[in-house]
Ligand binder design. Structure first.
Ligand code: ZN
Length: 323
């Protein structure tokens, strides 16, 4: 069956990484920038390998130069998500890419993003520092997050090159965000091993883990994550596309779920990884035989781990009931 209309909750989505290629192409031509080299003939993003992907990603982001572009980006992303039945999403945004960590500039970007609107879908922000930019920049990002915590800004996290630096380097930022009332998540266990997942979890005191799937390599950690009710923001299509696992059948999402770990499904950087929420559901159905009840459970887990307020949660729960 097609899962396109099935209401969905998505927790792990990078705003710039969700930019539809047609949107970036249009913006580039408005600005007179030639980005033709980063597109395939069918209109998607073109790249050969992971390093090339990073440079294509950077080139795509080069057209996003100010708050207005981020407002239009957010609008385009919301329309795309709604088209795939997403009724609630959280997106990662970084002050480093929105005003360079300057609080006043950041506020302008945030206000612009919040002007985007599509009926029937709610978007909340998880503010990320960038691991490979180092702890000092992370502090500025945390201050931006703490100062703007509210209806839209709900969480704080860390993205970027997972294998650089140590979680303890970022404790100040996570403490700052926690004290301001923000919920916490962190990318771990995509490129790093199970020990790095535990380190990140225990050091930073996070409630959710971005990816976290390599935890499956340590049975004790799997047991501890299940017992603590930590939610994993799994992005199976992204993991397979980037070669973390050779095929979806080798992906541990099913094994983790059977072990009682809270797993959810997201797309990460969908057009770059040739995926959508609909495609994720189709692939999970084909590979693990997941059906309506399984997806309902996955969405309920995602909603209970969402960083929104309870009023929003109740509203989204009603949307999930609609078929
Ligand atoms: Zn990610």
């Amino acid at each position: 069956m097609s899962w396109k209309q099935t209401p969905k909750v998505e927790l792990h989505l990078h705003l710039e990484g969700a930019a539809p290629p047609s949107f970036i192409r249009g913006l580039a031509s408005e600005k007179g920038m030639d980005l033709s080299a980063i597109f395939k003939e069918d209109g998607g993003y073109a790249y050969r390998d992971f390093d090339h992907f990073l440079s294509v990603y950077e080139a795509a982001c080069s057209v996003l130069t100010g708050p207005e572009e981020f407002q239009r980006l957010t609008q385009a992303v919301l329309e795309e998500l709604a088209d795939h039945g997403v009724v609630y999403a959280e997106t990662f945004v970084s002050p480093d890419f929105c005003g360079g960590g300057d609080l006043e500039a950041w506020k302008d970007y945030l206000a612009a993003m919040q002007e985007a609107h599509v009926d029937g879908i709610t978007l909340k922000g998880v503010i990320t520092c960038i691991r490979h930019f180092g702890p000092e920049k992370a502090k500025a990002a945390a201050v931006c997050a703490a100062e703007t915590y509210g209806d839209f800004v709900r969480g704080f996290g860390i993205a970027g090159a997972e294998l650089m630096g140590k979680p303890s380097d970022f404790m100040w930022s996570f403490d700052c965000a926690r004290e301001a009332g923000l919920h916490l998540t962190a990318h771990a266990g995509e490129w790093g091993d199970a020990a790095s997942v535990r380190d990140c979890w225990e050091t930073l005191g996070i409630e959710r883990i971005g990816h976290g799937v390599r935890a499956a390599e340590d049975p004790k950690l799997v047991e501890d994550l299940a017992e603590a009710g930590v939610t994993l923001e799994c992005c199976p299509g992204s993991n397979v596309f980037l070669g973390v696992y050779p095929t979806l059948s080798k992906h541990p999402i099913q094994k983790l779920r059977e072990a009682g770990v809270m797993v959810t499904v997201s797309t990460d950087d969908p057009p770059f990884f040739d995926t959508t929420m609909t495609k994720e559901y189709e692939d999970l159905e084909r590979t693990f035989g997941w059906g309506e009840e399984d997806f309902a459970e996955i969405n309920a887990t995602a909603l209970s781990a969402a960083f929104c307020d309870d009023e929003t949660r109740a509203e989204v729960a009603k949307r999930l009931e609609k078929k």
